[in-house]
Design a protein around this ligand. Structure first.
Ligand code: PMP
Length: 286
């Protein structure tokens, strides 16, 4: 396996970052995860646009133009012989003596890219059964729209889910509303058949898969509302599901130990997962 680290392609086992990298010391960096399907990057433009936005919000410079970054992403995918899987990229504010203040102007930011294979058939098999989620109190900062590598609450939430025999944890805010999962966006389908997901304005990462699914649902003429929904509403919903670049559309069949509807994957979630597969199959080659 290979990784790209600050200008060089090196063996994954030898890939290392300086101990004074600000990503390591302050979680002062951002990342993106893009699905790779048949060797193609899925939704690359939207991922790059979100990357630029995350960087701008934190005033971190991209160490190379986006066009060059696209070449690096493809080269890492190619060197790792990934056909189906993901590519990960991380940009931090660079290496400098530890100090909360930004480093001196001109300090280059750090860029790391890795890629690995992931079986889509395993994901499809999981989707046929659906997954369980638990809920945890929302305890993150209010800039979760920035895709930072500061993910400690998400790590603890996901681990709590695993230890409870579940796949994902949903954060529930002080108003009793579901914000999102630890690494996924959250959706329900109401008893009236309306697809509901929280608006992008607050409390969530603007998931790329979320935005694609909104487009696909609109194209299918499905009824969608972007509004907050409560845990209570989710528990009595007709369907629930989660979305992310690595998970795609994943039906949720259990919330906090109780079945969603009859406890089987829903029709809408299953249809949207298929629509996403159809859409991804048409992704441009370069
Ligand atoms: N919310 C959070 C907190 C995430 O980490 C992710 C995955 N990066 C998502 C939502 C889903 O985003 P995307 O569809 O872009 O993978």
């Amino acid at each position: 396996r290979f990784a790209y680290v600050n200008g060089r392609y090196i063996r994954h086992a030898d890939a290392a970052i300086h101990i004074e990298d600000r990503g390591y010391q302050f979680a002062d960096g951002v990342y993106e995860v893009c699905e790779v399907r048949s060797g193609r990057l899925i939704d690359e433009e939207r991922h790059m646009a979100r990357l630029e936005r995350s960087l701008a919000e934190l005033r971190i410079d991209l160490p190379m133009p986006l066009s060059a970054l696209g070449v690096v992403l493809r080269e890492v995918v190619r060197r790792n012989m990934v056909r189906d899987g993901l590519v990960y990229l991380q940009v931090t504010r660079g290496v400098a003596p530890r100090n909360h203040l930004f480093p001196a102007p001109g300090t280059p930011s750090s860029l790391v890219v890795t890629s690995r294979s992931a079986s889509r058939s395993a994901s499809d098999a999981r989707a046929e059964k659906g997954v369980a989620v638990i809920t945890v109190p929302e305890n993150r900062w209010d800039r979760v729209d920035i895709k930072t590598v500061g993910l400690l609450p998400n790590v603890l939430a996901k681990q709590a889910a695993k230890e409870a025999g579940a796949y994902e944890a949903w954060f529930v805010d002080a108003d009793g509303n579901v914000t999102e999962g630890s690494s996924t966006n959250a959706w329900i389908v109401t008893k009236d058949g309306v697809i509901v997901t929280r608006p992008a304005e607050s409390g969530i990462l603007r998931g790329i898969t979320r935005s694609v699914i909104l487009d696909l649902a609109a194209a299918d003429g499905l009824n969608v509302e972007e509004r907050a929904f409560s845990l209570e509403e989710a528990k009595t919903a007709r369907e629930a599901f989660i979305t992310a670049a690595t998970t795609l559309v994943m039906p949720v069949v259990q919330i906090d130990g109780a079945p969603v509807a009859n406890g089987a994957p829903g029709i809408v979630a299953t249809q949207l997962r298929q629509r996403f597969h159809d859409f991804a199959a048409q992704a441009p080659i370069w």
